[in-house]
Every structure is written in C-alpha cells, then in structure tokens.
Design a protein around this ligand. Structure first.
Ligand code: FAD
Length: 317
C-alpha cells in the first residue's frame, strides 16, 4: 500500500508544486506508516523527488501524454493508483489539477477535497483543513470514501526535505482515443516569465498606476526580485495588462510568500484572491486605503517615487 502523488512538470522540469505535494504526501504516508509513490509525465529529473520523500516514481514517457490532457492524465493516474494500491492520492490545487481531479474522483469513486492547507488532523477520520468562501474562512472536511483525493493549495504546506532512496519505474498506462475527446495540440505561452501560480514573489499593480505606459517600473521591480507580475481586475478590464494577470475573487488566486500591491485600493474582491499570501506589502498614496488593514507592511507614498527608489536599493544587494 502507498500514498500516490501526481507530480506536475512542464518541459521536463518539475514545477515547484511537485516538491510541495511530494512533501505533503510524505507527511500523510508517515502518519499511515506507508511509503510514497509518484506518477510523473515526461519529466527528466525523477531522482529529485527522493529529496521530498518519494520512494518510487512511475515514469510515463509517452509522446501522446506530452501535453497536459485532463481526462487522459486522470485515466493514467487512476491506473497508477490501482497498481500501487494507493488509498490516498495527493495532487496540487493548480488549475490543471483542479480540472483533472473531479474526473479522477469519478473514475475511482473517491471523495475529493481541494484547496487543502494542512496535513489531515488525523488519518483515522481524514478531516482536512481547506480554504472556503474565497479564502475568507476555513472548512474542516472529512473525506469518507475508501479512496481519498487531496488537492493541496500552493505554498500552504511548504516544501520540506525528507531524503529517501528513490526507485524509478517505467509506467505505460492504457489510454485510448476517447480519453482525448478534447485535445490541445500546442500550447504557446504568453511569455517566458515566472507564472503567478509558481511565483514566490508577486508584484501587482492597480489603477493607481494611471496607465499601461507606467508598467515598466512594475516589470523592472519584478525582474530584480525574480517575481511574477499581476494586476487588479480594472487594470485587465481596461486592457492595460493581459487577463492572465488579473488576480482576486474572479481572477487567479495568489498564495505567494510575498505579495507587493502597488496602487491597489484593497477591495474585498481583490483581497479574497490574495489573502493566502504570507507577507503583504502595500504602496499607496492614500493612508485610508483599505489594503493597509490587510497589509503586513505599508508604505504611504507615491508609487512613482517609491518604486524606482526600491528598485535602486534592491539592485545594490
Ligand atoms: P482603485 O479602486 O481605483 O484604486 C486605486 C488605488 O491606487 C487607490 O487606493 C489610490 O489611493 C491608489 N493610488 C492612486 N495613485 C497612486 C500613486 N501614484 N501611488 C500609489 N497609489 C496610488 N477586483 C480585483 O482586483 N480582482 C477581482 O477578482 C475582482 N472581482 C470582482 C468581482 C465583482 C463581482 C465585483 C463587483 C468587483 C470585482 N473587483 C475585483 C473589483 C473591485 O471591487 C475593485 O473595483 C478593484 O479591485 C479596484 O481596483 P484598483 O484597486 O486597481 O483601483
């Protein structure tokens, strides 16, 4: 018996969430007294999963599964779970895994809890703590089925090193044409920059920046910090930034270690999407801006003065 983790990768490299889900799987497996198996798709460096507690990797090197496909990946993960006798399946709460998990849940008749932020309180009840109401509260959800699927929120549990010996096995799941009823043949990324989901640091701009021509300093600050860029909803609605950067209740959720909000008022719908971030820094001219109440650090000042100064200081490091 084992705990199975689906480790996401892109262009052969594991995403940061693969290390986090593996660390989480190790914690659950430790409580159950079993080991962790992983399934990876066309990843180059399966060995590295041993650092995060994975004892066995089922390595799928199949050309048809090179591009993410929710149904086909779910089919393969279901077969891996059966092969390993896994009663607990761990995956990320990334957009891709959130599409895939309900399909997997149907295939395995397994209960699924997404947005989980902590290890189960006890493996006898399998009650997990998850964010609820757009991150405004927590739910404690018991998964009562024999097979359980847990979707771990990004940056909630953390990456923990638990070095173990790792065995890598080739795994050839049986997927058929019907598993590819909707198929992406090619994925063109908008840019080669750090994505919001993978970012440790996010630099986000709002309407206070007045126009798209002023985003150079946001990009520069993000470059200096190795951060992703994001924005408030009106900014993407106005076409100043791509919709892929819109964060908040109706946009992407952010669970970074550091979120820097520049010229953003801190409306409840914006805060709902970023409240899982660990440290929030706000730069705003208005000392009464609601964002200051949610901030860990605040700078009352003009972004056009503060940000260039911040960039200069950071470049000195
Ligand atoms: P504003 O509210 O215009 O705030 C601009 C801020 O910049 C102000 O606080 C101002 O003091 C400051 N500022 C001005 N000049 C400077 C300067 N030179 N330097 C520094 N600061 C300056 N919003 C989201 O962001 N995400 C969502 O997902 C989202 N979903 C929504 C869903 C619904 C159903 C609804 C009704 C609204 C939603 N909104 C969402 C919109 C939200 O209510 C706010 O209108 C929006 O977040 C405001 O964006 P903003 O802070 O960029 O702009």
């Amino acid at each position: 018996m084992s705990v199975l983790v689906y480790t996401e990768s892109e262009n052969g490299k594991f995403k940061k969430n693969a290390h986090e889900t593996s660390s989480y799987a190790y914690e659950v497996a430790k409580q159950l007294g079993v080991s962790v198996s992983a399934i990876s798709f066309n990843a180059d460096n399966n060995d590295e999963l041993g650092t995060y507690g994975v004892s066995k990797v089922l390595n799928v090197s199949d050309e048809t599964l090179k591009t993410y496909n929710a149904k086909a990946f779910a089919r393969a993960i279901a077969q891996a779970a059966e092969k390993e006798g896994a009663s607990v399946i761990i995956l990320s709460s990334s957009t891709n895994s959130k599409y895939l998990a309900p399909l997997l849940s149907g295939m395995l008749k397994a209960g699924y809890a997404p947005n989980v932020v902590a290890a189960p309180e006890s493996t006898s009840t399998f009650t997990v703590k998850r964010t609820a109401f757009s991150n405004k509260g927590f739910a404690h959800t018991q998964i009562t089925t024999a097979t359980k699927i847990i979707g771990v929120s990004n940056n909630a549990f953390g990456v923990i090193e638990n070095k173990v010996e790792v065995v890598i096995e080739d795994f050839s799941p049986s997927v058929t044409d019907t598993d590819f009823s909707a198929k992406s043949t090619n994925i063109d990324k908008v840019s080669g920059k750090v994505t919001i989901a993978d970012a440790d640091i996010v630099v986000s701009g709002g309407r206070g920046l007045k126009g798209p021509e002023n985003w150079g300093m946001i990009e520069e600050l993000a470059d200096v910090l190795g951060a992703a860029t994001a924005c408030s909803k009106p900014v993407s609605d106005l076409g100043w930034r791509p919709h892929s950067e819109h964060v908040g209740q109706t946009g992407k959720p952010v669970a970074s270690n550091l979120y820097i909000a520049i010229g953003i008022s801190g409306a409840i719908q914006h805060l709902a999407g970023i409240s899982a971030s660990k440290v929030k820094v706000v730069i705003n001219t208005d000392p009464e801006a609601p964002f200051f109440k949610a901030a860990d650090y605040g700078i009352v000042g003009d972004a056009f003065e503060v940000v260039p100064e911040l960039i200069e200081k950071l470049k000195e490091f």
